[in-house]
Design a protein around this ligand. Structure first.
Ligand code: MRU
Length: 371
């Protein structure tokens, strides 16, 4: 997508020998737009762990590039063992999103036990990582095209005014390599001239909605309003939300969806008020090994400091973190929650819109029927 008129992805290879992974540093958005170079597999591990990059698709692509850098660092004789270690380190960074383990496993499958010279293996790793990044972007572009039809239909039902879409967290292009999942249909609708307006949940504790979704939508010219996390139910009761579309970090074969903490409450409010609730995801976000999401999906618990503090810009332009509770207040910080399939109207995937049920999902993904 574009920033100041120039087209960017969130991650790409740089350098004459392709040995540098360049990212948009999401820690300083929306106040500064900065690029950062990562040169080692350890740099990538840290960038994922400490959320310089975040979002399901982007951490998958970053991990794939991390495996490529690991291949460059691996010894001739210890190549497979070195890669297996790097894979473990990368997978241990963030447990909830499927895309990360999916991408690392895809890299291992194409690299382990292969013949050829070290140079050939490194080139193979580069091509595999680029294919994962390109695949993520293409999936998200297709999600946009399928989701566009939903927004068109919602616009057709309204006599006048914009289609009001509520979203939670950031499932825009910053959360992927390009386009986004939940926001890809919004961009497609806006670009097609359909009047849309987005309610942007701030998304405590890290405020990915306020910092990232608002920045993205503003950059693209999409009308939007930032709202406190607790406002969605009120807006739905008053007919001010036509659709909810969020992203997902992992979706089970039955259609239970893990997404940023607070998503479940939006789904409950949507059900109560008859508002369609959609989850948008690329195929790599499905976890076909899991059924009951509430019981089985691992939920990342993060540093309590993220709850106890807030980061923002001071009047004189410095980025500062301040504490918002008493010095001794303890806090807990679960990153995600699970919305059971029964609250989900449909899944917007790169293969089309799918019913959130095992039957509906397997109809579109028959190759996983016997897992
Ligand atoms: O903790 P994050 O920012 O990596 O969380 C992931 C997310 O951005 C959201 O849960 C998102 O809605 C789904 S990922 C596209």
């Amino acid at each position: 997508m574009k920033v100041n008129g120039r087209r960017y992805r969130t991650i790409w290879l740089e350098g004459r020998d392709g040995g540098v992974v360049r990212i948009i540093d999401q820690r300083v958005l929306p106040h500064r737009f900065e690029l950062l170079d990562l040169r080692t597999a350890e740099d990538i591990r840290k960038a994922i762990k400490d959320m310089y990059v975040r979002g399901a698709g982007l951490i998958g692509a970053a991990a794939a590039y991390g495996m490529y850098l690991a291949a460059r660092e691996a010894g001739e004789a210890s190549f497979d063992g070195d890669l297996a270690n790097a894979a473990e380190n990368l997978k241990n960074t963030r447990p909830t999103a499927s895309n990360l383990a999916w991408a690392v496993n895809a890299m291992l499958a194409s690299l382990l036990g292969q013949g050829g010279t070290r140079a050939q293996k490194i080139e193979k790793a580069r091509l595999a990582a680029e294919a994962i990044a390109d695949g993520d972007a293409e999936s998200c572009r297709n999600i946009g095209l399928y989701g566009l039809e939903l927004i068109k239909a919602a616009a057709g039902k309204k006599k006048n005014g914009a289609v009001h879409i509520l979203t939670h967290c950031n499932a825009g292009w910053l959360a992927f390599v390009d386009y986004g999942s939940a926001l890809s249909p919004v961009y497609a609708a806006f670009d097609a001239g359909i009047p849309v307006h987005v309610w942007v949940d701030e998304t405590r504790p890290r405020n990915q909605g306020a910092a990232l979704t608002a920045w993205e939508l503003g950059g693209h010219g999409v009308p939007h309003d930032l709202i406190p996390d607790n406002a969605g139910g009120h807006l739905m009761q008053h007919g001010m939300v036509d659709l909810v579309i969020t992203g997902a970090d992992r979706v089970t074969r039955r259609g239970d969806a893990a997404n940023k903490i607070g998503t479940y409450l939006k789904a409950l409010a949507a059900k109560e008020n008859g508002v369609p609730f959609y989850i948008a995801l690329p195929s790599a976000t499905f976890d076909f090994t899991m059924r009951d999401g509430t019981r089985e999906i691992p939920i990342e618990e993060r540093d309590p400091a993220e709850v106890r503090c807030m980061t923002g810009k001071t009047a004189d332009g410095r980025i500062e973190t301040v504490q918002i509770c008493p010095d001794s207040t303890p806090a807990r910080n679960w990153g995600f929650d699970v919305t059971p399939a029964r609250y989900i109207t449909g899944l917007i995937t790169d293969r089309g819109i799918v019913e959130a049920s095992e039957q509906g999902i397997l109809k579109r993904y028959p190759e996983h029927a016997h897992e």
